[in-house]
Design a protein around this ligand. Structure first.
Ligand SMILES: *Cc1c(COP(=O)(O)O)cnc(C)c1O
Length: 331
């Protein structure tokens, strides 16, 4: 199977914002766009994106998972980047249209069609370092993906970074390219120095998130994760997992979690930790590395609560459990 996100459907849905108005969305070839080399996005990073999935059920239907959430987040990201405001209904229809077009290419579970709406500033204007782009392009790319855990799922090793931050504090809730660029060097250094898979950013000792996933801790019947604020990305998976945890009778604590408390709780047998995100749903964390010391989380293996929550979410996505919260849009 090709690497996640390296295969694309040949067409995408696209609309442009020019002279104050959005064009009628079109289905165009996905292998090229033309962009002026002075485009705002290439110099001043006016870019944001989304990641959501469509699932094929055993009745052959195609189902989008929580599309409204991703559409709303792209609109919010666009606003925080001073990009033109996309229209929610238009973007939703673009997603539906392009996924319908490639319905027969949606892989069977555990595979899915990964959907990547992307919004970029296109105005050729290198003088606009401190001004918004006047024009933009919004497109919806599709990438069929297989089983994220096909190669087995070894619990992750996370390096706790207590000095640096993933991105500027006021940009945390924007799903924007610049934030990934800013986290890349710390991640590469953590891989090279302690063979960490990811960096868990904990600025000033406050446990936040990794480069592209939210962090949750499970201690007995309690699930603990940082309360929403503007410093980190508000994951749709995070919200879904917390909702399912409440349904299962777990105590959900959305609050500040310090590195000190995290390491204390991680040392107890039975504690579990995981990363949440659309690509993998929940990925177990086995080891935390802080100030040169390795701390095993619970048994160091994937824990039962993590696997149960992941299964519960997958069951809804795959049409094997009732969609009680109305999370699916059937095409
Ligand atoms: C996309 C992303 C997440 C996960 O969000 P989901 O909506 O669950 O996919 C978490 N953190 C960052 C930084 C992200 O980019």
């Amino acid at each position: 199977m090709a690497a996640f996100g390296s295969v694309f459907m040949p067409q995408m849905a696209l609309t442009r914002f020019e002279q104050g108005a959005w064009s009628t969305p079109q289905i165009v070839s996905a292998d090229s766009i033309s962009l002026h080399p002075g485009a705002h996005v290439l110099h001043y990073a006016s870019t944001c994106f989304e990641g959501l999935k469509a699932f094929k059920h055993s009745d052959g239907s195609i189902n989008l998972f929580r599309m409204e959430k991703n559409v709303a987040r792209l609109i919010q990201s666009s606003a925080l980047l001073s990009l033109p405001q996309p229209d929610a209904a238009t973007l939703s229809q673009m997603i539906i249209d392009i996924v319908r077009q490639y319905a027969s290419d949606v892989p069977e579970p555990p595979g899915s069609m990964y959907i990547r709406p992307t919004h970029i500033g296109t105005e050729a204007a290198i003088g606009k370092a401190a001004a918004p782009t006047a024009s933009s392009m919004l497109y919806v790319l599709l990438s069929p993906v297989g089983d994220y855990f096909a190669g087995g799922s070894k619990p992750l090793r996370l390096l706790l970074e207590q000095n640096g931050a993933r991105c500027a504090a006021h940009m945390g809730m924007v799903k924007s390219g610049g934030n990934y660029a800013s986290a890349l060097q710390p991640i590469l250094k953590a891989r090279a120095s302690v063979q960490a898979d990811q960096v868990l950013f904990c600025p000033g000792g406050d446990v936040q998130e990794t480069g592209a996933a939210n962090f949750i801790l499970i201690d007995g019947n309690e699930i603990i994760t940082k309360a929403l604020d503007s410093s980190f990305l508000h994951g749709v998976t995070r919200d879904s997992v917390l909702t399912l945890a409440r349904d299962m009778g777990m105590v959900v604590s959305e609050r500040e979690l310090s590195v000190t408390e995290l390491l204390e709780r991680a040392a107890k047998p039975g504690t579990e930790a995981a990363l949440s995100g659309t690509a993998a749903v929940l990925t177990p964390v086995g080891t935390l590395i802080a100030n040169g010391t390795e701390h095993t989380v619970g048994s160091g293996e994937a824990g039962p609560a993590t696997l149960k929550l992941r299964q519960a979410l997958n069951d809804i996505q795959w049409g094997k459990a009732e969609d009680k919260h109305g999370w699916l849009t059937k095409l």
